[in-house]
Design a binder for this molecule. Structure first.
Ligand code: SF4
Length: 512
């Protein structure tokens, strides 16, 4: 984001732009050459400017008439420069097109996909609240290609994917682009998740669709869009939808690998997803609570083999963790290789954001009201998933989610809870918890060029191994150019270690 904007501003002012990338493997020779040529270009400009100054001095001395003429010329030049500056500033700034009230009725709002099972419920929540809302398809490689055309390829993979999905859909001809809006979340934190909106606006402008409004969806209310009104009913629908999404995902992943009759779990999922979608629209608390019990009962009634399969946790950056295109169908890959996959709940991410207010108040001077608000949000969210927690706890085969304070405690053994950029301490907490629960392996999925998650993901593997020498964790980078074969080989190696671990444990058990 910074390099793109810097380049545009410098270009607009006719200045020299040089980008130097520095990382631990950068060839410093190349850096030196670029810096030298930058210095030479600056010196050359300076020299030319000195010559201009000398010329001016000579001119001043020649005659008063000439001097007057020069002053006149200077004033004209100054005026022209000021005019150009104003035009340049206007061109370099992105025009924020606001989503106005009148747009609400006829405009279609496009949202990029992140987690298909959860986002279907969010679509229902928006539609029932009176919006034309469309979540883009879950599996779409053309979106990556499109993203690469408009986003700097040094940006993190999720920003390329999110922008690509929207531009691809807009260009598809399926929509009236004069009645179209896009929506994107803004976390307000330090990573690019706050800047997706700028990437999208730039891409829209470059692709000739600068008139399309991009709505910012953020808890901090970073932008105002009068056409979008988040009502209490809408929030209730969205929250229940997320609870359903987490519950169905948990049950699906814990049952499908063991089903006796192939396809039965998917059929049960399809049936209950339809009912749950209907419940999200109707807002009956009684129906919601009853359905949670019924869903768990339905999955528990599926006949299973009872065999022991390696349990593999998938943790990492939120979009790559849940988006099947971004993670090259990791759940399918692992299940095809004979594993049970555990993907932590999406709601936990919201809880993590709310929990962070505690540290911000205690260590960073944020107001006590922010802390109270954060803890109130946690209380409310936990209320929504209270029934799910209770039913799962009483079930025979499934387990309930842990509390966010427990995750924070697990993470704080390895890093400070002040790590709050990207997934921050939450990612470390997920890994620590999975290991403590006895997971046989963990895949830590991280987008290439994602600085925060490389620190709190890959960066903590060593300290985790120091505490749990058996920890079987593999960190996999995902980006548009990543080799799938390489990813697969690393996953298979981690799986073979998990299988070995199980065999060893069974041998020890039989010897005992
Ligand atoms: S966490 Fe990483 S991948 Fe996700 S938006 Fe931030 S920088 Fe990009």
């Amino acid at each position: 984001v910074v390099t793109d904007q810097t380049q545009e501003i410098l270009k607009a002012y006719g200045k020299i732009y040089t980008l130097i990338k520095i990382d631990e493997i950068s060839n410093t020779g190349a850096v030196r050459i670029r810096l030298r040529s930058l210095a030479a270009a600056v010196a050359d400009r300076k020299k030319r400017r000195v010559l201009d100054d000398i010329k001016d001095a000579v001119l001043q001395k020649t005659s008063a008439v000439v001097q007057k003429a020069v002053q006149k010329k200077d004033a004209a030049v100054q005026k022209a420069v000021q005019k150009k500056d104003a035009a340049v500033q206007k061109a370099a700034a992105y025009r924020k097109v606001v989503f106005e009230k009148f747009m609400r009725k006829d405009y279609t709002i496009l949202s990029p996909q992140m987690s298909p099972i959860h986002f279907e419920f969010l679509q229902a929540a928006f539609e029932t609240s009176g919006y034309r809302f469309e979540i883009l398809p879950s599996v779409d490689h053309a979106a990556v290609e499109e993203g690469l055309k408009y986003v700097n390829n040094d940006a993190c993979y999720p920003s390329i994917l999110v922008t690509g999905q929207l531009i691809e859909a807009i260009k598809s001809g399926r929509y009236d682009t004069n009645k179209l809006a896009c929506i994107i979340t803004q976390t307000g934190g330090g990573c690019r998740a706050s800047n997706y909106i700028s990437f999208i606006r730039k891409a829209l402008k470059d692709a000739g669709y600068g008139h399309i409004p991009v709505i910012s969806l953020s808890a901090a209310g970073l932008e105002k869009h009068p056409g979008l009104k988040i009502t209490a009913a809408m929030l209730r629908r969205a929250m229940r939808g997320l609870v359903y999404g987490d519950l169905l995902n948990r049950l699906l992943l814990a049952t499908r690998p063991y089903e006796k009759n192939p396809g039965e779990t998917e059929a049960v999922l399809k049936k209950w997803k339809k009912i749950a979608l209907d419940n999200v629209q109707h807002l009956s608390l009684k129906r919601f609570k009853r359905s949670i019990q019924d869903i768990v009962d339905a999955f528990e009634a599926i006949p299973v083999t009872g065999e022991r399969k390696p349990v593999i946790g998938v943790v990492g950056e939120i979009l790559v963790k849940y988006h099947p295109t971004a993670n090259n169908q990791i759940v399918k890959v692992l299940e095809d290789e004979g594993a049970e996959v555990r993907v932590p709940d999406l709601i936990d991410f919201l809880l993590y954001c709310a929990y962070n207010t505690n540290f911000k108040h205690e260590k960073l001077g944020r107001s006590v009201w922010a802390k109270i608000a954060g803890n109130f949000v946690i209380y409310v969210i936990e209320k929504y998933r209270g029934q799910m927690r209770k039913v799962l706890k009483n079930s025979k085969r499934f387990s309930p989610p842990s509390f966010i304070s427990e995750k924070a405690k697990a993470a704080s053994e390895f890093l400070s809870i002040g790590n709050q950029t990207g997934e921050g301490w939450f990612l470390t907490g997920e890994m620590a918890e999975l290991i403590a629960e006895g997971a046989d392996g963990i895949v830590c999925v991280q987008p290439f060029a994602c600085l925060p998650n490389h620190i709190v993901g890959k960066g903590v593997i060593q300290p985790i191994r120091a505490k749990y020498p058996d920890a079987n964790i593999v960190a996999i980078d995902y980006d548009p150019g990543a080799s799938e074969v390489n990813q697969l080989n690393r996953i298979k190696l981690m799986l073979s270690l998990a299988h070995e671990k199980i065999v060893k444990a069974e041998q020890q058990k039989s010897l005992a």
